[in-house]
Design a binder for this molecule. Structure first.
Ligand code: UDP
Length: 239
């Protein structure tokens, strides 16, 4: 029997950090493979999948700024980091037999297609996983904002934000033993309680365009499959 699918077109936001293992490798091969297996799983269910990949395992503009790198330059370094991660995901998925296309917000024609919304749509309809790299192409933004933007443009049903925590809590679960996890929240509740779901630019794009966000832990077994099936996993933020 096939798993029923609740979300037909999803933007999967993977932070660069999830690619880093416990060791010193910036891209842990075993983690990459497990992650791609999960993407393949929902792709095989017929879900249209866009991946927005971060770069935090390699470089973040803000982290560079602390060391004296100009913020804009640092942000471009961060955007290039996402390209490296995106190519790793492309390579891994293709070896598993999943057809992919990489689209870059900064043109680099030898490496990736340029981002063209209507072409991305076509790839999705043909069953290709589209991997968006180089963020929005602009400094001072994040890959969370990229996910919110692409989800809005492509009319995705949801942003699934895979992280290392299993959802949104009323306070930091690392500091407070009595922290309580929310199963779901409205955008307004999240704002009122000043919960950090995403950075404020990303969050307000989702709010304005009514794109639900699911925050969940990628380490749970079949986490992505459960997420697209609408199972209780992580925290759902909605309108
Ligand atoms: N970045 C940017 N504009 C964008 C997306 C990303 O300047 O539209 C830069 C920014 O410096 C950011 C870095 O790329 O810190 C890596 O992205 P992000 O921090 O979102 O990655 P993640 O935390 O998801 O790994």
């Amino acid at each position: 029997a096939s798993t029923p699918v609740k979300y037909k077109r999803v933007v999967l936001k993977l932070s660069g950090e999830v690619l880093r293992g416990k060791g010193s490798e910036t891209i842990d091969a075993a983690i990459l493979e497990r992650m791609c297996e999960q993407v393949k799983e929902i792709h095989d269910l017929g879900v249209q999948v866009c991946v927005v990949i971060g770069g935090g395992n390699i470089f973040r503009g803000l982290q560079g700024a602390k060391r004296g790198v100009d913020r804009t330059t640092g942000d471009y370094m961060g955007m290039l980091a996402t390209v490296i991660n995106g190519l790793a995901i492309m390579d891994c998925l293709e070896k598993m037999g999943v057809k992919t296309r990489v689209q870059s917000a900064i043109p680099m024609n030898q490496i990736a297609e340029p981002f063209i919304m209507r072409r991305a749509m076509r790839h999705l309809e043909k069953g290709r996983v589209v991997i968006f790299v180089a963020g929005t192409g602009n400094p001072y933004f994040s890959t969370d904002t990229t996910a919110a933007l692409r989800a809005s443009e492509l009319h995705a049903d949801i942003i699934m934000k895979a992280t290392k925590v299993d959802g949104i809590y009323d306070k930091d679960p690392k500091k407070h033993a009595d922290a309580v996890k929310y199963e779901e929240l409205t955008f307004i509740d999240a704002l009122k309680q000043r919960l950090n779901v995403m950075d404020s630019t990303a969050f307000s794009l989702c709010l304005d365009n009514n794109v639900p966000i699911l925050v969940f832990n990628l380490d749970d077994e079949h986490a992505i499959r459960k997420a697209v099936a609408g199972d209780k996993i992580g925290t759902l933020v909605h309108g």
